[in-house]
Design a protein around this ligand. Structure first.
Ligand SMILES: [Zn+2]
Length: 420
C-alpha cells in the first residue's frame, strides 16, 4: 500500500470525525479514535456507510453549516427517492478538477468544442460537474442539453463541434433522427463521444450492442465513464478502453464481497467508495450497490493507477424467474440492441419468496417483429419474461417521473428488505 494512500485515508477519517456528527458518533460508539487509522489496513476496521444512513441522517451527516453550502444536488434515485447532497464552493471547484482529469484521459484539450448534451438543472450533479470540468480544462462548452436532436445537430454543424458528452440512449436517438433526415453522421466533425450513466462495455471490454450501434452510427470513439453523485467525481477510460482510471486525489475504491471483505483484483464485488477532499458531505466506505472489478496492472497509456471495470450488475437486482437467475442489465442489453423499440421499462414483482415475475412494457414502432424479439430474449436469457405493448404515457406513469429524475429502466416491486 502506498503511503500517499495511507495519508489520504487517515486525513479523510480525521476530517469526517471532526466535522460530521454522524461519523463522530459512529466512531465513538465503536471506541475507535481517528488516531488509530493510519493505513489502508486500519481503514478496513471502519464500518460501511449505506444509502440508508444518508436517508436517515439527512443533515446530520453534513460537515459544514448551511451558510457554507452554495448548491444542493440530489442523488440519482436509481433506488429509492433522490436524497439531497450539498456542495460548498470548494466542492464545486474540486468537481471541476476531477472532471478535468477524466477529460484529459479521453484526450480532450482546450482546442475542443464540446456539446454538453446532458441535463443541467433538476438538481443533477453531472451536468454541473462536466461544465466545471470543461471550464477547468479550458475547452469550449456548449450547453445544448438533451431535449432536441435537431438542435444538437444544428449546433454541431454550426460550431464544428469535436466531442459530445451524453447518455448513450440520447446519442442513439440523435443517430436515428439523423438517419430519418438522410444525414450522414459518420463524416461529422465529432470524433469523441463521452458516454455517461449507462455502461457501454461487457466484462471483456467489448462494446455492448448499444455501444456498437452508437459507434457505427457516429463513426466516433466512445469513452465509457462511471460516476455517482456520492462519489463526487467520475472515472473515465483512456484510449485503451479497458476500464475507468481511478483518480487517487479524488477517491478510493474498494471491491468487497457479500461479507464486506475485499476481493482479489479481477474478482467481481460491490464498489465501495471513499471520497477525498470533499468539504460538505464526504463519505467513508460508502456502498454503491454497483458491482464490478478492479484491474491493477499498469495501463498501456502509461498510467499505473488502478482501473475499474464495467458495471456488470446492481446488487439486490438479481431476479429468479422460473428457476433461472438473471439480472435486469442482461435484459436491457438485448432490448437495447433490438431495432424498432422506442422505449421500455422492466417491472419486477414477486409471486412468492422464491420466484419473481418480470414484465417488459414496450413502446415500439408498428413494424416491430415481436416474435423475433421473443425468440432473441429466450435465446439470450433462457427464460421469457412477459412482454406488453404500451404507450409513452403508460411508461412515464410506471416510472413515476414526477419523483425520479433519472430515467428508470427497472422498477423493483418485489417485497422484502433485500429489494428496498
Ligand atoms: Zn489508460
Amino acid at each position: 500500500m502506498s503511503s500517499a494512500l495511507d495519508a489520504s485515508l487517515s486525513c479523510a477519517v480525521r476530517y469526517a470525525y471532526e466535522h460530521s456528527p454522524f461519523y463522530r458518533a459512529r466512531l465513538d460508539g465503536l471506541g475507535l479514535s481517528p488516531a488509530e487509522i493510519n493505513t489502508a489496513l486500519d481503514f478496513r476496521r471502519l464500518p460501511l456507510t449505506t444509502r440508508h444512513d444518508l436517508a436517515e441522517q439527512g443533515a446530520g451527516m453534513w460537515c459544514v453549516p448551511q451558510a457554507e453550502v452554495v448548491d444542493i444536488v440530489t442523488t440519482s434515485g436509481t433506488t429509492g427517492l433522490p436524497l439531497p447532497y450539498p456542495l460548498t464552493a470548494n466542492d464545486i471547484a474540486r468537481l471541476g478538477r476531477s472532471e478535468r482529469f477524466s477529460f484529459q484521459l479521453a484526450g480532450l484539450t482546450r482546442n475542443d468544442t464540446v456539446l454538453l448534451a446532458v441535463t443541467l438543472d433538476r438538481c443533477f450533479m453531472a451536468g454541473l460537474a462536466y461544465f466545471e470540468g470543461l471550464k477547468a480544462l479550458g475547452a469550449t462548452a456548449v450547453r445544448v442539453g438533451s431535449g432536441s436532436p435537431a438542435m444538437l445537430l444544428s449546433l454541431m454543424r454550426q460550431l464544428s463541434a469535436t466531442a459530445i458528452i451524453s447518455v448513450p440512449s440520447f446519442l442513439k436517438r440523435v443517430a436515428e433522427y439523423a438517419s430519418g433526415q438522410g444525414l450522414e453522421l459518420n463524416h461529422s466533425t465529432v470524433k469523441k463521444l463521452i458516454c455517461i450513466g449507462e455502461p457501454l462495455r461487457e466484462a471483456d471490454f467489448q462494446l455492448t450492442p448499444l455501444g456498437r450501434m452508437i459507434h457505427d452510427a457516429w463513426g466516433a470513439r466512445l469513452y465509457s465513464t462511471y460516476a455517482a453523485t456520492e462519489l463526487a467525481s467520475s472515472l473515465c477510460e483512456c484510449d485503451a478502453g479497458r476500464g475507468g482510471h481511478l483518480c487517487p486525489e479524488a477517491h478510493y475504491v474498494e471491491i468487497l464481497d457479500d461479507l464486506g471483505q475485499p476481493v482479489a483484483p479481477g474478482q467481481v464485488g460491490e464498489i465501495v467508495i471513499t471520497t477525498f477532499g470533499v468539504e460538505a458531505l464526504p463519505l467513508l466506505r460508502y456502498r454503491t450497490g454497483d458491482c464490478s472489478f478492479l484491474i491493477e496492472e499498469p495501463c498501456t497509456c502509461g498510467l499505473a493507477t488502478p482501473r475499474l471495470g464495467p458495471i456488470l450488475f446492481r446488487k439486490n437486482q438479481m431476479l429468479k424467474i422460473k428457476g433461472v437467475k438473471l439480472f435486469p442489465s442482461a435484459i436491457q442489453k438485448t432490448l437495447d440492441g433490438f431495432g424498432g423499440l422506442r422505449d421500455y421499462v422492466l417491472v419486477a414483482t414477486s409471486s412468492s419468496p422464491l420466484s419473481d415475475e418480470l414484465e417488459i412494457l414496450l413502446e415500439a414502432d408498428e413494424a416491430i417483429n415481436l416474435d423475433l424479439l421473443r425468440e432473441r430474449l429466450r435465446g439470450d436469457l433462457k427464460v421469457l419474461p412477459t412482454i406488453r405493448l404500451g404507450t409513452a404515457q403508460e411508461i412515464e406513469a410506471v416510472r413515476d417521473t414526477q419523483n425520479y429524475r433519472k430515467k428508470r429502466l427497472f422498477i423493483d416491486r418485489r417485497s422484502g428488505p433485500a429489494h428496498a
